[in-house]
Design a protein around this ligand. Structure first.
Ligand code: GLU
Length: 493
């Protein structure tokens, strides 16, 4: 029996989950589902200084909202736990000792000032200071002192443990999206793997956990590609088989220039987080801004992946079916808020009316439950988002402010006569349906030599106050005969 694929999403709780992380989680999820594999949520919280309160909660809630469920996590448990790295300290300690014993890692006591001095000194000479085989023996570490000294100093002093990067070799490895990659170790520094506060750095913890959790595929953002050579070296130092890697392309700003940053959303007025995030102010999330989780998923998958066909609207099941890592491209993907809006509107149109009511109800408490369904039937084809619907269609609930200019433009003597006749007949028989009202309007137009289109335009101007909105007759039915008559009569003199 072949072993199941095991995937993981490994966020650091250093802030809210943004669209980049969400997309990484999604691609892991799709691949796991597609191949019948398992998905792990591992929280990489070893950097105490960068830990942000409520971040893990925001990450977990965001993933739950979008519908990505995990087979193993801190909440769910699982046989490879604990799933928060801060609870795995002993495991990393044990593994760093293995590397030290094997001669792949060493203690370093260099003071920050000394290292800063070397950096500056190199800069002055137009060079770059790299802590590795070229100079490590001249620096303050366990490679340049005897064992007894080392033992004494680790009791008394702050230290770090560094990786002993092999000198002058070529590390060759593979990325599913980018193919074979070769990196010369000459430019790789002896990265810190472990700190004297007893915590590992990202590099050690990540590699140890991916191995121990039996992860088969590491799918993550391109920003980790420069660390990959080190990670591969670490696997090999432990004598472990490395997983397969796939580094997803960057998500770019809507202008295409530069990486989409957390601040861009605020700057350009669109969300970048799944859910609201309260900091010094509230950053609104996709959910609160009226996006459907399934639409966001549909949009995000196109940030780097393409099915190789014209199809743009996908359900989650269809995505699971069509998804393939090999179809992910290398080049950055532009974040396009307009496209997201369009995809959202397509998903809204695809919902049956009961489902639409169900998703809109909690977000539109200011709309009377009794009219929600008929309201949504009326506006569904025009919805791009599902929040603030009352505000967006206020004229369906309240009288619009008079637009004198528009009324003047749309009214004429014939139109006035036609609409006056219409109002009289409309209030006389309140039981008319849409077809009948339309016919009545048509007949009144004809009898008064008014163009039907002009009559409709005037009615719209009276009812909406603008030349927009749903079908005129449907709006009349929604606001009711009395209200229609009131809004029309106001301008008939
Ligand atoms: N903790 C890292 C992050 O938040 C994970 C990187 C990885 O997936 O290896 O980006």
């Amino acid at each position: 029996m072949t072993k199941k694929n095991r995937l993981r999403f490994a966020p650091s709780p250093t802030g809210p989950l943004h669209i980049g992380g969400l997309r990484t989680a999604l691609f892991n999820y799709l691949f796991a589902k597609k191949t019948g594999g398992e998905l792990v949520l591992r929280v990489e919280d070893t950097d105490q200084a960068r830990k942000v309160e409520k971040s893990q909660e925001h990450i977990e809630n965001s993933l739950a909202w979008i519908g990505i469920d995990f087979d193993e996590s801190s909440k769910k448990g699982g046989q490879f736990g604990p799933y928060n790295q801060s609870e795995r300290k002993d495991i990393y300690k044990k593994h760093i000792n293995v590397l030290i014993e094997k001669g792949w890692a060493y203690y370093a006591f260099d003071k920050k000032e000394r290292l800063d001095f070397h950096r500056l000194d190199h800069e002055k000479k137009g060079k770059k200071f790299i802590y590795n085989a070229h100079n490590r023996l001249k620096l303050d570490n366990s490679l340049s002192m005897d064992k007894k000294d080392v033992e004494e100093r680790i009791q008394k002093e702050n230290y770090v443990v560094r990786f002993k990067t092999p000198s002058e070799t070529n590390v060759v490895f593979n990325d599913i999206i980018r193919g074979e990659i070769q990196v010369g170790t000459r430019d790789i520094d002896d990265k810190i793997l472990f700190k004297s506060d007893g915590m590992p750095t990202y590099h050690l913890a990540n590699v140890v956990d991916d191995h121990l959790m039996e992860i088969t595929h590491v799918i993550r953002g391109e920003e980790w590609l420069p660390s990959l050579a080190l990670h591969v070296l670490l696997y090999r130092a432990f004598d472990w088989q490395e997983p397969k890697f796939a580094h997803l392309p960057l998500i770019l700003k809507p202008t295409g220039k530069g990486k989409l940053s957390k601040r861009d959303g605020d700057k350009f007025g669109f969300p970048v987080y799944a859910l609201d995030w309260a900091d010094e102010k509230i950053y609104s999330g996709f959910n609160e801004s009226g996006f459907l989780a399934e639409a966001l998923i549909n949009y995000m998958v196109f940030l780097g992946w393409s099915p190789g066909s014209e199809k743009e609207i996908y359900s989650l099941d269809e995505l699971i079916n069509d998804f393939a890592l090999e179809k992910i491209n290398k080049s950055g993907a532009k974040f396009d808020p307009q496209k997201l809006l369009w995809i959202n509107s397509q998903h809204i149109q695809g919902l049956n009316i009961d489902k639409l009511c169900e998703v809109c109800e909690p977000k539109n408490k200011d709309i009377d439950k009794g009219v929600l369904k008929s309201f949504l039937k009326l506006v569904q084809p025009r919805l791009e988002t599902i929040n603030n619907l009352k505000e967006k269609f206020l004229y369906l609930f309240e009288r619009p402010t008079t637009n004198e200019g528009l009324i003047k433009k749309t009214i004429s003597e014939e139109v006035k006569q036609a609409v006056s006749a219409f109002v009289l007949k409309l209030v006389a028989d309140k039981s008319l349906g849409a077809q009948e009202i339309k016919k009545l309007l048509y007949d009144c137009a004809e009898e008064n030599n008014a163009k039907f289109g002009k009559v409709m335009g005037f009615c719209r101007a009276c009812i909406v106050g603008k030349m927009e909105g749903p079908d005129v007759v449907e709006m009349m039915i929604f606001i009711g005969v009395e209200e229609t008559a009131h809004r029309l009569k106001k301008f008939l003199g």
